[in-house]
Write a protein that binds this ligand. Structure first.
Ligand code: NAI
Length: 247
C-alpha cells in the first residue's frame, strides 16, 4: 500500500520540494496551502511521478481549516502516514520593539498555533491507526538566537518543545516526531525577506561556513530520510541543515 503524506505549505519552497521527492518514492501527497493557484500547479507536477495527489486550501492558523484538511485527507486516502508540518512565515524583519503587535499575532498564529492544531488533529488519526511520522519545520532561528526575527525565533524554538514532548507522550503509540532546523534556504520566503532586509543577506551568507544558501532540494532529502523506514529509530531529534551556520 502506498503511504500518504500531508504537507502544509506544500505549494512552494521546501514543502513543494519535499512533496516532489516523496512522490519519487511512490508516496501519495496532500498539498495543504493558502495559495490555491500554486497549490494546484504543485499537484500537477507531483502527479507526473505517477502518484495520487490532491490540493486542499487551508489557512493553518484557522482551526476549522485544519480540521477540514485532516477530515478531507482521511475521506480521500483513508489514513495519514507522514505529516510534514511545514507552513510558516518569517514576518517582515526589523527590531522587535518596532514590530506591530498585529504582526506578532500573525506569526504566532501561523507558525505556532498552525503547527499545534495540525499535530492535534493529525496525530489523533495516526495514533488511532497504529502510528506515523511527523516532521516539524523549525529553523536555525529555532536553535539559536538571531536578531531581527525575535517573534519568528520564539515560534521556531517552540516547535522544538512540541517535537520533544510529543515523543515523550506518544512514541509508545508508534509516533515518530522529529524537527528540522534549516539555515537560510533559497525559497520565496527568504528572497522576500532579504529584499526587505538586504543587510541580513550579507550577514547570513558571510556567516555560513559553506558560503552559500541551502536549496529546497537539499532539505527535501533530509525530510524524506526522516519519513522513511530507514529512520525508524530516530525520534525527538532536531536536525540542523545549514551548511555549518549554527555549528
Ligand atoms: P515559502 O514561502 O516558499 O513556502 C511557504 C508556504 O507556506 C507557501 O506556499 C505559503 O503560501 C504557505 N503558507 C503561508 N502561510 C500559510 C497559512 N497561513 N496557511 C497555509 N499555508 C501557508 O517558504 P519556505 O522557505 O519553503 O518555508 C517553509 C518553512 O521552512 C517555513 O516554516 C519556514 O519558516 C521554514 N524555514 C525556511 C527557511 C528558509 O531560509 N527558507 C529557513 C528555516 C526554516
Amino acid at each position: 500500500m502506498s503511504k500518504v503524506a500531508v504537507i502544509t505549505g506544500g505549494a512552494s519552497g521546501i514543502g513543494q520540494a519535499a512533496a516532489l521527492r516523496l512522490a519519487q518514492e511512490g508516496v501519495n501527497i496532500v498539498v495543504v496551502d493558502v495559495d490555491e493557484e500554486s497549490g494546484n500547479a504543485a499537484v500537477e507536477k507531483i502527479k507526473e511521478h505517477g502518484v495520487d495527489a490532491i490540493f486542499i486550501k487551508a489557512d493553518v492558523s484557522k482551526k476549522e481549516d485544519v480540521k477540514n484538511y485532516v477530515d478531507q485527507t482521511v475521506e480521500h486516502f483513508g489514513t495519514i502516514d507522514y505529516f510534514f508540518n511545514n507552513a510558516g512565515i518569517s514576518g517582515s524583519g526589523g527590531y522587535f520593539l518596532d514590530t506591530e503587535v498585529e504582526e506578532i499575532e500573525k506569526i504566532v498564529g501561523i507558525n505556532l498555533l498552525g503547527a499545534l492544531y495540525g499535530v492535534r488533529y493529525v496525530a489523533d488519526v495516526m495514533v488511532k491507526n497504529g502510528g506515523g511520522a511527523i516532521v516539524n519545520t523549525s529553523s536555525s532561528a529555532g536553535v539559536t538566537g538571531q536578531d531581527s526575527v525575535v517573534t519568528y525565533s520564539a515560534t521556531k524554538h517552540a516547535l522544538v518543545g512540541l517535537t520533544k514532548s510529543l515523543v515523550a507522550e506518544y512514541a509508545k503509540d508508534g509516533l515518530r516526531v522529529n524537527a528540522i532546523a534549516p539555515g537560510p534556504t533559497e525559497t520565496k520566503m527568504v528572497k522576500e525577506f532579504y529584499e526587505a532586509n538586504p543587510k541580513m543577506k550579507e550577514n547570513a551568507t558571510g556567516g555560513i561556513p559553506q558560503k552559500r544558501l541551502g536549496t529546497p532540494e537539499e532539505v527535501a532529502e533530509l525530510v524524506t530520510f526522516l519519513f522513511t523506514s530507514n529512520a525508524s529509530y530516530v525520534n525527538g531529534e532536531v536536525i540542523r541543515i545549514d551548511g555549518g551556520f549554527t555549528n
